[in-house]
Design a protein around this ligand. Structure first.
Ligand code: GLN
Length: 187
């Protein structure tokens, strides 16, 4: 089993380290040619979604990844990654992959609560650490989208078919729960 991590910007190394700790083979997606190698799942890391979206298009990876996600490639998207997947952004016109039927608000916690740490229930895992950094939250989900976690009355974790999206950064804490859940989806 091999997992590809989008490695054009943001916190991709931390995801790679987590996957390696879990004994999974990892590869980086940095340019179009990397898509020729085979992989079973994809991680879209946190960072800056505007920059990531722009680079994905400039590097010629956007269309193929979009089609593969649409066709069922398992994806774990964290923070900016969640923004890349969202079908609709309530405070931004620029939609990226648009494969996850949810509405996401960028930088949603405002200035004061811009970044914070909490521990909350995540469905199917239990209480886990959550680090939110200028994080988005999910304002609306389609009927088929399962809500997996809520923080301060806002949705921060969902699953829809092959796509898991979370507002926080599971790769920045030692708890492997989210990555394990993703790997179970690949198995
Ligand atoms: N604020 C960033 C964005 O809008 C996301 C922040 C993050 O990934 N930690 O893309």
């Amino acid at each position: 089993m091999r997992v590809a991590v989008l490695a054009v910007q943001g916190a991709f190394l931390e995801h790679e380290n987590m996957l390696k700790k879990l004994g999974v083979s990892v590869m980086e997606l940095r340019r179009k040619q990397d898509l020729e190698q085979s992989f079973d799942g994809l991680i879209l890391p946190g960072g800056e979604s505007t920059v990531q979206g722009k680079l994905l298009r400039e590097l010629g990876m956007y269309q193929e990844l979009k089609e593969r996600i649409h066709a069922g490639l398992p994806v774990l998207a964290t923070c900016a990654g969640l923004i890349l997947l969202a079908e609709e952004l309530s405070n931004d016109e620029k939609v990226h992959f648009g494969t996850l039927p949810v509405t996401v608000r960028r930088n949603a916690y405002g200035r004061q609560l811009g970044s914070f740490y909490t521990e909350e229930e995540f469905k199917g895992i239990g209480k886990i650490p959550m680090t939110l950094i200028r994080a988005p939250y999910i304002e609306k989900v389609s009927e088929e989208t399962e809500v997996l976690a809520v923080v301060k009355e806002k949705i921060v974790g969902v699953r829809y078919c092959n796509q898991i999206g979370v507002s926080f950064h599971p790769e920045l804490n030692a708890h492997p729960g989210i990555h394990k859940m993703f790997l179970e989806m690949l198995a």
